[in-house]
Design a protein around this ligand. Sequence first.
Ligand code: OOB
Length: 555
Amino acid sequence: MNRPGTVPWPDEVARDYCAKGYWRNRPLGAYLWEWADRFRSRTAVVDGDHRLSYRELAERSDALAEGLARSGVRKGDTILVQLPNCWEFVVVLLACARLGAAPVLALMPHREHELSYLAELAEVAAIVVRDEWRGYEHQQLAATVAADTPSAATVMVVGDHVYPEHVDLRSLMRQADEVAARKHRLDAAPPDPRDVLLFLLSGGTTGLPKVIARTHNDYEYNARRSGEVCEFHADTVYLAALPIAHNFALGSPGALATLMNGGMVVLLPSPEPRAAFAEIEREQVNVTSVVPAVAQRWLDALPSASDDLASLQVIQIGGSVLPDGMVRSLITGFDCQVQQVFGMAEGLLNYTRLHDPYDVVTETQGRPICADDELLVVDEQDSPLLPGTPGELLTRGPYTPRGYFAAPQHNARAFTADGWYRTGDIVRITPEGNLSVTGRVKDQINRGGEKIAAVELEDLARDLLPQVLDAAAVAQTHAELGEAVCMCVVLRPGSELSLAELQEAFERKGVARFKFPERLAIFSAFPQTAIGKIDKKQLRLSVDHLLDESFAADS
Ligand code: OOB
């Protein structure tokens, strides 16, 4: 079964992935009761003082699956989900998997601009949100988005203050009786394992975030194989401090591989070091994943921390380029092993292995998880380069879909005719087969691991501010985040613009805050390349140079 808008793997390739055992042709929900029967009263999920055993997780997920169905959500439907790291997130995800409804995993900072676009693109049947989060009324936001969505989505809310016209999601999870009969009913109508399990968001390089349809088959393999490579087991205690709506903490190996192995998932709503360290001690966490910006905050907080962090055995780090020496600092600072991870929501995952030599762990971003992950390093004309030469990485494989959801025009550029995904990353492959990420060709800003398409910001600046003649968003080197957004503009003659005005315009439009430009640079004209395009390399250099000068002036 193929949903409209998805791009399936060719039949013969799919058959090969099944024959090789990568794809097991079972929906993810089919595993839920297997876990429950094997791991029973062991704790599956910890969220503050709330603990769910494996059995409770299965019972609640089934209850919610039927509750969703009673509220009008059907197999094959799509749901927009915007939840922080909380136990309800896990139940919603598994309930959707049982029912065969696919969640689009939005991030907490997303606002009307992003959510309306996603709701319309995916024609969602429901929108699941928290009532309120960090002082922001998500329930109100969801109501606004639902009212604008042609598919007339039902709003479903997790929280204590659910409006009467909305569905109280927690109450749907609370049907304790009828466990066996309900299980039987859901088992009798399983979703097709080739159908979409969930939709992940890509930072993308054009317009708003692209949506990636991950199937039951491919994402189950993504998590299972990652768990094997990272040696997850029944005593794994995984701290999800990064958003689990993101592929890294969700399934690479993340929360899902922990559950597959009978371990315990500890959820935290933020990676803030004090809370994270306290939780590591309290729950005896032994593995976690961070992006470099978070790792730096943890390293900075370490000298003044009094928590006992001895349980922590492995820190996985990835999502953006690491500053020199960071892996070494983590190994010594936390007295633990480090794994570098170079992954993407589009699929391909690379890890350094726990038994790799020190140099491989500190200097490379590891190697793929599957023998059938195909890698090609090419030049600007798509010609393969000699081994060891840096170039753009193209990839295909059993968990790298062949196209973005409902984006045929973009797919024509982002994928080759024979299905290779253009990662936009510049890599070098060592003789031992490890990858080293040396740069990128995609026009993106990687703000502490959050990817932002430059074009999206440029379109916003031009559309929202009449005084902007031309706009170019570039990454500006940032001490903590690695990169931050700098908006370069050329203004109409005689007009003015301040950073505050620019940010206010973004705020009014309902753009996620992490995309707000943190710096404004006004140019009389942009530098151009030989073929007349804006020379972003040059712009980036001049922006960083301006910054250096202002630092010099300050000191
Ligand atoms: C992860 O996924 P996404 O989809 O947010 O971002 C993917 C992109 C990559 O194409 C690359 O540009 C960058 O993020 N990236 C890295 C990196 N890991 C990701 N750049 C340099 N070094 C690394 N180690 O970011 C993601 C997904 C699953 C696991 C880990 C990260």
